[in-house]
Design a binder for this molecule. Sequence first.
Ligand code: ATP
Ligand code: MG
Length: 367
Amino acid sequence: MRVQSVTLDFFRNYTHLEVEFHPGVNVIVGENAQGKTNLLEAVAYLSSASSHRARYDRELIQFGIDRAFLKAEVFSRQRSHTLEAQLTRGARRQLWSNGVRLKSAGELSGLLTTVLFCPEDLYLIREGAAARRRYLDSCICQLRPKYAAALAEYHRLHEQKLRILKDWEEKPSLLDTLDDFSLRMAQCGAVIIHYRAHFVKKLAQTAPQIHAECSGGRETLRMRYETVSSITDPMAPTRQLLDQLLDHQERHRQAELEARSCLTGPHKDELTIFIDENPAKNFGSQGQIRTAALALKMAARDIFYQDTGEWPVLLLDDVLSELDSRRQEFVLNRITSGQVFITCCEEEKLTRLETGKAFHIRNGQLI
Ligand code: ATP
Ligand code: MG
């Protein structure tokens, strides 16, 4: 799978950009704050309709402008696809594939898959559980449209249920709808847990080997998916997961009303990582944590390949400069197949890499 070209209008600091990429390694060079990350962000956006660093789509639209437009020519599944996105201030973003309007971001699944790796990801293990949920969500959404749909619906319901729990004392009539929201959250929650459990199973089969290679086999990586305590087996059919979620919700109904917050559900899930049997979050050294994060990211790339038969586009944002030479070597050796985008400030640093094409970016323009 590869991105053949990208066109941007009023996306971040790009007023207008048209660029053709190499099927191999694309190096994006430029000084700080010139638009390197913005370009990778644009490619990633067209794979999932979300950004790793913007909470709201409006942040992606150029300052002072009302509408941004992104387009990519992508080659995947043995043919070309045109993916387009239009972002409008104050309105919902719109997506197209080959000119056909998409109803949801989930419909982008499998057309363009990307794995983005940036310096913040090196702390994926040490950060709170939300960072690891984001990692899981980003991976699974790109592979499974049903998951993307369930997750979007779950977030929507979660926000509405929170509002009910915050305001029910002032407006008791809100309570009439509470159980309906809980039921629908449990239905979406069961789907989310099902897919997360299956993805973590694949991850547990893939990441330890990558981690062993990178750490010279000196350490072992293990992981555990932790979800709502009433779930006896997260791999069970969704029907069983639903029953157990509903049971748990019912037992916590009063507590939720008192706490005015949603106490139970997959929005609290955790992916616990162990290095040599100790939780890495608490006991891992700086280097161990980096190696484990690297293994999770590279494992995602392998899983995408196993799942779709095509290498996802790898977006490496500034990450090589953050790695010591042994880990750099490790990454560079693993990315000899598939299309890669690498950003850096100075080109010389990447001499060991066979560059397909280099792009120099200054102030949102290709020079
Ligand atoms: P670094 O090497 O520091 O990571 P970079 O080349 O990756 O730099 P980017 O993050 O891609 O930099 O671009 C940052 C620039 O884009 C900043 O100058 C920022 O002000 C500008 N920028 C960000 N969002 C917008 C926006 N919505 N409209 C216009 N410009 C924006
Ligand atoms: Mg950057």
